[in-house]
Design a protein around this ligand. Structure first.
Ligand SMILES: NC(=O)c1ccc[n+]([C@@H]2O[C@H](COP(=O)([O-])OP(=O)(O)OC[C@H]3O[C@@H](n4cnc5c(N)ncnc54)[C@H](O)[C@@H]3O)[C@@H](O)[C@H]2O)c1
Length: 106
């Protein structure tokens, strides 16, 4: 299968990406590298640096994808109290952007 993993350079995403690849699947990752580390990914993972709110980029990355794991997120509770709008933009609006892009089915 063809997988898209958002936040795929993060703690969970990198482990999931590498696991799926070892199982013989094709894996694309979208991550803005705000905290992620692309070196944690197997070189055969197709990595794209970008933002979860970039709908045109999502249209491209969603081509021929069978399954999406959405793990792109800001995850610090302390920071979320200091910067609630930034967190809402990524965690709430980013999820909506991904759902819109998947719905558009270009
Ligand atoms: N780690 C856990 O134990 C755990 C447990 C339950 C749920 N979760 C959830 O799983 C998700 C991933 O958690 P994690 O521990 O891997 O966090 P993480 O911070 O390691 O990974 C998140 C990834 O998202 C990327 N990212 C952040 N903002 C982005 C943006 N605007 N566009 C694209 N990419 C962006 C970061 O660069 C990072 O690589 C989160 O929603 C978290 O709440 C994690």
């Amino acid at each position: 299968m063809n997988f898209l993993i958002t936040g795929g350079a993060g703690f969970l995403g990198a482990a999931l990406s590498n696991r799926l690849l070892r199982q013989g699947h094709h894996v694309r990752v979208l991550d803005d590298l705000s905290t992620g580390n692309p070196d944690a990914l197997d070189p055969e993972v197709h990595f794209t640096r970008g933002d979860i709110n970039d709908r045109p980029k999502l249209w491209t990355l969603l081509q021929d994808i069978h399954c999406v794991y959405h793990l792109a997120a800001r995850v610090s509770v302390q920071e979320s109290i200091l910067f609630p709008r930034d967190y809402a933009k990524v965690n709430v609006c980013g999820t909506a952007t991904l759902m819109e892009a998947a719905r558009d089915d270009r």
